[in-house]
Design a protein around this ligand. Structure first.
Ligand code: SF4
Length: 439
């Protein structure tokens, strides 16, 4: 029997790109290809690129170069694929270039350069949940592609197009398959999670014989019935987001909302083309906390957007103080090729951006450390991710993998990834917690 051809895979960029990688690998595995852990053993390498900011473009181009040096046969896909000319100028030897979510074209390019092995998909075993690049106990669930907004700093709509939602029956089937395969936490992702279904006009579909609307609230409630942790990412602050907070209070889905606010100055928000009623946002946050006191709010902000004055920045710091968000990410504005914001007047000096970034992060570190200190003595649910140096490492409901904090757990029990246990918190720093398993 001839050995199966082997594919090496490099997946760069955000969780959405990771899901694309998983889809491509799943199809190739179904076709009988093997996945290789090294350049030497691979017959061909696919590089799934990111093209969001300059540093990501550089990293993608370097990775393509490395794959060409180490292996020689390279197919490029992903967000940077829309800039084929740039890739080919630097690396003319690449075999094929496709753009984001071009699963079929990528797989076809593989067939062309590394012919399909003879294979019987009914005999060969492919896990029902497909190929996962995340650990076995959690998985990203992509519910839509693209975005209908046109935030001035963002090029995602030009890379990925307008919103295209997956019908709810397809999303639920995938979610159910993942849960049946042992996944204990579903991380719901998209470019704009709360817009889910708008493009489908909320069409009704059937899942397990039940009619369901392809709509954000209905999706959250149905995912919440699967009995695993469900965490919402990239939630645009539409008014109807308020409707899912009761589901969090009832523990149907995790009390966790990743909701990018981007700024707090109405002038800057308007200039970014984002919702600008910041007083309204503060009132909503208070309302969410009244309904669900345990809610964890994660948000991201941009400092140094063109035209940001000292007064605008102060408004942002004041907002941070008042909102007392739990988890916060901050980026210094950098012009992205093709972004509408590049044409705006009054760019902010790099030094000022840097200084504002540090002021912002210092303030948030104080808020975060105070909030975590309040957890000492409390008992929280923690999902175990693994073990290191005799200590288990996990995450509470307030911590998404990769981006939030960790909980270091002492326990005399034998624990496995995906186990959910109660931990009494004994210590905290700015971002992480320590605790012991309580009975
Ligand atoms: S909502 Fe998000 S993805 Fe859509 S344009 Fe704005 S920043 Fe980009």
């Amino acid at each position: 029997m001839t050995p199966s051809p082997k594919i090496g895979f490099i997946s760069l960029g955000c969780p959405k790109a990771l899901v694309d990688s998983e889809r491509i690998l799943t199809q190739l595995k179904i076709d009988g290809y093997q996945v290789s852990p090294s350049y030497e053993e691979a017959d061909l390498v696919i590089v799934n690129t990111c093209g969001f900011i300059e540093s990501a473009i550089d990293e993608s181009l370097d990775s393509i170069g490395e794959a060409l040096n180490e292996n020689g046969k390279v197919i490029v896909t992903g967000c940077l694929g829309v800039k084929e000319k740039l890739i080919r100028e630097r690396h003319p030897q690449v075999l094929s270039v496709t753009g984001p979510h071009a699963y079929e074209e990528t797989v076809n390019a593989v067939y062309q350069h590394l012919p399909k092995p003879s294979h019987n998909p009914y005999i060969d075993l492919v896990p029902a949940q497909g190929i996962k690049l995340t650990p076995k106990h959690y998985a990203y669930l992509k519910i839509s592609e693209g975005c209908n907004h046109r935030c001035r700093f963002c090029i995602i709509p030009s890379l990925r197009g307008d919103l295209v939602s997956r019908p709810i029956s397809a999303v639920m089937q995938e979610a159910e398959g993942l849960v049946n395969a042992g996944v204990k936490e579903l991380l719901v992702i998209s470019q704009d999670t709360s817009a889910y279904g708008v493009d489908l006009k909320y069409q009704t579909e059937f899942w397990q014989g039940r009619p369901l609307k392809s709509q954000f609230n209905s999706l959250c409630a149905t995912l919440g019935s699967l009995g695993v942790w469900v965490r919402l990412h990239y939630v645009y602050p539409y008014p109807h987001v308020d409707d899912v907070i009761p589901l969090m209070a009832e523990h149907k889905i995790l009390p966790y909302l990743d909701i990018p606010f981007q700024h707090a100055s109405p002038t800057i928000l308007k200039s970014m083309k984002r919702p600008a009623q910041i007083d309204n946002t503060l009132a909503r946050i208070q309302q969410w906390r009244d309904i669900c006191p345990d809610i964890t709010l994660r948000s991201t902000f941009i400092v140094g957007f063109p035209g940001e004055t000292e007064t605008d920045f102060q408004l942002l710091l004041d907002f941070l103080e008042e909102a007392q968000l739990d988890r916060v990410g901050c980026f210094q504005y950098s012009p992205v090729d093709g972004a509408a914001a590049n044409a705006l007047p009054n760019p902010v000096d790099d030094e000022i951006k840097e200084d504002r970034y540090h002021q912002f992060m210092q303030k948030q570190a104080r808020i975060s450390s105070k909030k975590l200190a309040q957890k000492i003595g409390r008992t929280v649910s923690v999902m175990i991710d693994g073990k290191e140096d005799e200590k288990y490492i996990g995450r509470s409901t307030a911590d998404a993998p990769e981006i939030d904090g960790l909980v270091f757990v002492e326990s005399t029990n034998e624990l496995n990834p995906g186990d959910v246990i109660n931990i009494k918190i004994t210590h905290a720093d700015d971002y992480d917690l320590w605790g012991t398993q309580s009975c």
